[in-house]
Design a protein around this ligand. Structure first.
Ligand SMILES: NC(=O)C1=CN([C@@H]2O[C@H](COP(=O)(O)OP(=O)(O)OC[C@H]3O[C@@H](n4cnc5c(N)ncnc54)[C@H](O)[C@@H]3O)[C@@H](O)[C@H]2O)C=CC1
Ligand SMILES: CC(=O)C(=O)O
Ligand SMILES: [Mg+2]
Length: 606
């Protein structure tokens, strides 16, 4: 991040990030605005021109020096949650420094600003709360939604909205209004991984109550203190949000995150044909997991036509994965979706899903004929023994569900089983890589939902000890690039073909393609390059499908990449250009975000 070349030929584009930044703020309001603040890095000229002399110690420092100091301060925080709150405070003070610190220490800090630590921050939201960030919409105040949303900018000023209703956060269930932190965390990743402009995003939580008794009984809980509102009132709430967001910010892409099982897919299907929207748990997880499976099959020298997939945990993510894989099989084999679904077995709490199991509509297409399984056991291990899958995916939130005997059963039936325990956070993984590799003598091809350290074992030639890196199979590999591509080409919808294109973008960058012992997916260290590739593929597919509405999209791939990179925000200090308050844009006046006063102990850099 930050090292990628900018291309002056695209500097005229509205989202271009080269050149000076207009700013109408001076003095303390400038120092307290996270978008403009440079702290000790304001230049001599800026200090004079923007009335900062006397408000800053005299030494003028570089961004690199600030990052050094911030990293030292970060390192003194005693645990990951303290590190997470330290970083949140820093983001409220100086966005460039925040993103530069993160990008310089990406591998170390990714898990602190995302899963698993962000899950802890969300669970403790009402306890660690200092100041709000994001837009809180209230189910009892539906009429105020247009007003509350309108505070975030003018019509063309918001590109990317993440919205949650807080019902099924990561793997930690209903977190009520604390869900706002998943919206902000996913937006941090869109900027960090794909350069979505941080001042043109909007995190939203739809507060409709919570069914989490612990929160309902917590005197400090900040959200609506009653059971979740459901049914027509809920639908009207969501619809008012969607329609208001569309009207106020017609260019914005809407990313749905961590909705509960009954609503996630229903809402996606309702809005997908009409607006540029995306459900990360269904579609993002489906895309990244398909890319991991394709890389695994490449290593085991098999094809999608050979795939036999068991998904354990047939909820939002599990069925999203099944859908994406089914469509890919259908395309490769040139067969119908129903036929392709026969290569997939879904297991949930009752065991294998068959036509005699109670099913939700999303699961129906995958139900196996009940008569085929009459009298047979349908638990995970029995299903593995009978159907002999080569890929096993876990999206159940049931820790340790992939027992030694389950994993050994996988290895019994296939030489190189692909085993993907994806349940977050870390403690909920169906198995840990160390065990899976131990139980399969290093044969399994593993990727996990949260990050794990590399695993050592005697799996090299002649029993030599080797260290195997395990890929993180998380939708964060792909959703930022899909969002970037969709935003830049101003897609009117996110089509299936755009998602397929995104999968191929990730799959072709899999390290395992060139080295069978390498991870199945590209790591966070190259995430910006992955996002450019995914965005390019998504834009090309959108153009081919006729849903790209932006003009002047370059056709040539190299120029298209330059066009994409120029519009990616980087954490660098741009020179500030003083403009008068009158006639200044909202952005120059610092009104693009509702900013309160800065509080808390963790201030590091002013
Ligand atoms: N790695 C990634 O990119 C992603 C991971 N996830 C993780 O996947 C997990 C599931 O998430 P969602 O699908 O959103 O939740 P969900 O609640 O929609 O689905 C979970 C499913 O697992 C089933 N389940 C629970 N206990 C089970 C058991 N003992 N045996 C069999 N099935 C069982 C539930 O009945 C439900 O159908 C979470 O831990 C989440 O963090 C979700 C999205 C992306
Ligand atoms: C990764 C993600 O989106 C989830 O665990 O819900
Ligand atoms: Mg999620």
């Amino acid at each position: 991040m930050g090292s990628q070349q900018k291309h002056p030929k695209f500097a005229h584009l509205p989202l271009a990030t080269s050149g000076p930044l207009e700013c109408a703020l001076k003095g303390t309001p400038l120092l307290t605005h996270p978008y403009f603040n440079k702290g000790s890095a304001f230049t001599k000229e800026e200090r004079t021109q923007f009335e900062l002399t006397g408000l800053l110690p005299p030494s003028i420092q570089t961004l690199e020096q600030q990052v050094d100091r911030a990293y030292q301060q970060y390192s003194t925080r005693h645990d990951d949650l303290a590190k997470n709150t330290f970083l949140s405070s820093m983001k409220e003070q100086n966005e460039v420094l925040y993103f530069k610190l993160l990008s310089d220490h990406l591998t170390e800090m990714f898990s602190v600003v995302y899963t698993p630590t962000e899950g802890d921050a969300i669970q403790n939201y009402s306890r660690i709360f200092r100041r709000p960030e994001g837009c809180f919409l209230n189910v009892h105040d539906i009429d105020r939604i247009p007003h509350d949303l309108s505070l975030w900018g003018h019509a063309d000023e918001i590109d990317y909205i993440v919205v949650t209703d807080g019902e099924e956060i990561l793997g930690i269930g209903d977190q009520g209004c604390g869900g706002i932190l998943i919206s902000t965390a996913k937006l941090v990743l869109t900027t960090l991984c794909a350069g979505i402009h941080p001042n043109r995003t909007l995190p939203v939580v739809l507060d409709c109550g919570t069914d989490n008794e612990e929160l309902l009984n917590d005197p400090l809980y900040l959200g609506l203190r009653h059971k979740r509102v459901r049914g027509d009132e809920y639908d009207r709430f969501v619809d008012t949000f969607v329609q208001s967001a569309r009207k106020l910010y017609p260019k914005a892409y809407i990313h749905f995150e961590d909705f509960g099982l009954p609503n996630a897919r229903r809402l996606l299907e309702k809005y997908r044909p009409e607006i540029p929207c995306f459900n990360d748990d269904v579609q993002g997880t489906g895309c990244v997991t398909l890319a991991a499976i394709m890389a695994g099959l490449h290593v085991s020298k098999q094809k999608l036509a050979d795939l036999r997939l068991v998904v354990f945990g047939a909820g939002t993510a599990g069925v999203g994965i099944a859908d994406q894989v089914r469509d890919a099989i259908a395309a490769e084999r040139n067969i119908g979706k129903d036929e392709a679904a026969k290569q997939i077995w879904l297991i949930d709490k009752p065991g294998l899903l068959t036509t005699s199991t109670p099913l939700n509509p999303a699961q129906e297409g995958f139900a196996r004929p009940a008569e085929e399984w009459e009298g047979s056991k349908t638990d995970l291990e029995s299903v593995i023994d009978r159907v002999k899958p080569n890929v096993l995916v876990g999206t159940s939130t049931k820790p340790k569900a992939f027992t030694e005997s389950v994993v050994r059963a996988m290895a019994r039936h296939t030489e190189r089983p692909v085993i993907l325990p994806l349940s977050n956070p870390t403690r909920l993984h169906e198995a840990v890589p160390e065990d899976i590799l131990k139980w399969t003598d290093g044969k399994a091809l593993v990727a996990t939902g949260s990050p794990f350290k590399p695993v050592k074992g005697p799996w090299g030639p002649g029993g030599k000890e080797v260290e195997l890196e395990v890929a993180e199979c998380n939708n964060s590999v792909v959703f930022p690039g899909i969002g970037l591509g969709s935003v830049l080409c101003r897609a009117s919808r996110v089509t299936d073909k755009m998602l397929v294109a995104a999968v191929s973008g990730v799959a072709e960058l899999s390290p395992a393609l060139g080295d069978a012992t390498a991870p199945l997916l590209p790591g966070v260290d190259v995430v910006r390059d992955v996002s450019v590739r995914v965005a390019r593929k998504v834009v090309q597919a959108a153009v081919a499908e006729g849903v790209a509405t932006e003009e002047g999209i370059p056709e040539d791939e190299e120029t298209l990449d330059e066009w994409i990179r120029e519009q990616m925000w980087d954490p660098v200090y741009r020179p500030l250009k003083l403009v008068g308050m009158e006639g200044a844009s909202r952005q120059a006046r610092g009104e693009m975000r509702v900013v309160g006063s800065i509080g808390g102990r963790d201030q590091s850099e002013l």
